[in-house]
Write a protein that binds this ligand. Structure first.
Ligand code: AMP
Length: 292
């Protein structure tokens, strides 16, 4: 797998592939790769002829300089992890390639970007949308692969691809979890051993709340129970814990259509996010279900 660092090299490659009639897949990442990222690479390799993994720690999507500085940078081991997977290129542009002197454009998606992480991390999704639009155009991708772990980001990217008439098909891939249920994330590396032992409570709590809502509990009762469970476990700052409709992410006050419970909470100074589907059926549908 070759590592390339410039737009010019990338363009020469993609144009060559196009002349050969090959399809192109892209997996955008910020590095510190784990099995979640690698599952996207596998999906890309299965679906397209040529696969580009991008590695760029995008300063525009960080809210604080400290968070950006703390982000792990592990290019060498990332390249080693990717080697067995069959990706063709690791594209590692630097800041000057992505945002040259005079860069002045922001891609801003309204609607799906506004709640949840959009409300608690102002400007975050502008940074994401801007860099993803650039990466989809630079790589000339037919398909781009994103994780459902960042479900709101996936919907923001779907919206931007549709609204900007990009030809790239956006493919969502399931969240990969540790054996104890914790969603894999580069940020997990920053948890102390004690906090790491507590972290699986996030997924357990979401599952419990999803079961309760699926069984007909009032949404606010289920979410309130989930909040107090997380707080008792030591997640004292909860940025949000909400049920939202899928895929529009508007608030659901009754669980009469598919939705997801979304959470962002702080543990040991690390902000963790997760989400889980709720397939709640209406009261009428429940009455029509055959008894077990
Ligand atoms: P990041 O490097 O955190 O920007 O993530 C790059 C891509 O990997 C995004 O599309 C994420 O949604 C995806 N991703 C991160 N963690 C996971 C996971 N645990 N399971 C599936 N996809 C993931």
């Amino acid at each position: 797998m070759n590592i390339i660092r410039t737009k010019a090299e990338l363009r020469a490659l993609t144009e060559g592939w196009r002349r050969e009639g090959k399809t192109i897949g892209v997996v955008p990442t910020m590095g510190a790769l784990h099995a979640g990222h690698l599952s996207l690479v596998e999906a890309a390799c299965a679906a397209t002829d040529r696969v580009i993994v991008t590695l760029f720690v995008n300063p525009k999507q960080f809210n604080s300089p400290e968070d950006l500085a703390k982000y792990p940078r592990t290019e060498h081991s990332d390249a080693e992890k990717l080697a067995p997977y069959g990706a063709d290129i690791l594209y590692v542009p630097d800041g000057a390639q992505m945002y040259p002197e005079g860069f002045a454009t922001t891609v801003s998606v309204t609607g799906v970007s506004e709640a949840l992480c959009g409300a608690t991390r102002p400007g975050h999704f502008d940074g994401v949308a801007t860099v993803v639009a650039k990466l989809l155009l630079q790589t000339d991708a037919d398909q781009a692969f994103f994780g459902e772990k960042d479900y709101q980001q996936l919907q923001v990217v779907r919206r931007l691809a549709q609204d900007l008439d990009l030809k790239t098909r956006i493919v969502g891939c399931p969240t990969v979890r540790e054996d104890d249920g914790l969603a894999m994330s580069s940020r997990n590396l920053r948890l102390s051993a004690g906090a790491r032992a507590v972290a699986p409570i996030i997924r357990e709590t979401l599952s419990q709340a999803a079961i309760e809502i699926n069984e007909g509990s009032p949404i606010e009762t289920a979410l309130q129970g989930a909040r107090s469970r997380l707080t008792k476990a030591g997640l004292r700052q909860i940025d949000y814990l909400e049920l939202r409709g899928d895929p529009d992410l508007t608030v659901l006050t009754t669980a009469d259509r598919p939705g997801r419970i979304f959470v962002a909470a702080w543990l040991d100074g690390v902000r963790l996010i997760d989400n889980i589907p709720v397939h709640a059926t209406s009261q009428q549908e429940r009455l029509l279900e055959p008894a077990e």
